[in-house]
Design a protein around this ligand. Structure first.
Ligand code: ATR
Length: 282
């Protein structure tokens, strides 16, 4: 019998996740089908109930529901609790368990892209939204020594830094404003989690001179694949990578949570590359 997987978001039409997951099910002949569901915010409770009613096996949660969905679940993983957001739900015989695979997906992506693990490393994170939160907390859980969170609104950066300092004391977290001079002191890796770099007219989010003190630069944007930040980083001989592998690995980890099967990363990646190529031509 075919079992259902899917994603709840609003809007949902741009999601690439269905292509990535269905490619794996097809390749491995697994009896699952992944469907995108457009769920308006005021209908989220009903939609979560339908996971139980219809026996849907697993659901991804995306913008704007990652935080609000938590109130409807039966259990929430340690990571997701710390992050304060859920992007993956597993239906275990009618009990809904919430996970967050965004942070773990990011850590797996830097292992792949830079061959680096967080332990003992220092990071500068630009932005303090949901993605920054998941990444910062996962880096801290996995043993990084220092995180500077730089954001336009200082209070949101402070909130993440305080959360880390209170819950993961082995990591020192500090909040600064986006254009703070502290950033000049550098770090092992700089990570952009803001949307600056998505639009054609955008320039590098930080002064390119700053990048001389940073050997690795990651931008979680994947469309366009090469943001001005990544171009400037490469000019200064830094290693640079975009967010496509974070998308792949957060999906791969979710797939494994739902099905117990480790999916072939290559298949997920090429399904995404195909879809991104099509978007390019539109
Ligand atoms: P996500 O879930 O992808 O992290 P988000 O929660 O909306 O998205 O967070 C977006 C981040 O990008 C925020 O840190 C936001 O800064 P503010 O907290 O000050 O709003 C940042 N951001 C978005 N547009 C920006 C801009 N033009 N300049 C600086 N920062 C920007």
């Amino acid at each position: 019998m075919i079992k259902l997987l899917g994603i709840f978001g609003y809007p949902i039409k741009h999601s690439l996740s269905p292509y990535m997951h269905n490619a794996v099910c097809h390749e491995l002949s697994l009896p699952y089908f992944y469907v995108p569901f457009q769920v308006a915010p005021e209908k989220l409770g009903q939609a979560v109930d339908s996971i139980r009613t219809l026996g849907i096996q697993g659901i991804n949660i995306t913008i704007p529901h990652k935080e609000s969905v938590m109130q409807y679940l039966d259990k929430i993983s340690h990571e997701a609790k710390l992050i304060g957001a859920v992007n993956t739900i597993k239906n275990e015989n009618g009990k809904l368990i919430g996970y967050n695979t965004d942070g773990r997906g990011f850590v797996a992506s830097i292992k792949e892209d830079f061959d680096v693990m967080p332990k003992g490393k220092s990071f500068i994170i630009l932005g303090a939204g949901g993605a920054a939160r998941a990444i910062a907390i996962q880096l801290a859980i996995e043993g990084c020594s220092k995180i500077i969170i730089a954001n336009r609104s200082l209070s949101k950066a402070k909130n993440i830094a305080e959360n880390i300092n209170a819950n993961v004391p082995s990591c020192i977290a500090e909040a600064v404003e986006l254009n703070s001079s502290i950033l000049v002191s550098g770090a092992d890796m700089l990570i952009n989690t803001t949307s600056i770099g998505m639009k054609k007219e955008d320039q590098s989010i930080v002064d390119p001179e700053l990048l001389s003190a940073i050997p690795m630069v990651s931008d979680i944007i994947y469309n366009p694949p090469d943001t001005p930040l990544l171009k400037e980083a490469r000019k200064r001989n830094a290693q640079a990578a975009n967010g496509i592998n974070m998308l792949v690995f957060q999906g791969a980890i979710a797939f494994e949570i739902w099905t117990g099967v480790t999916p072939p990363i290559k298949t997920m990646r090429s399904a995404l590359d195909n879809e991104l190529k099509k978007l390019d031509k539109i």
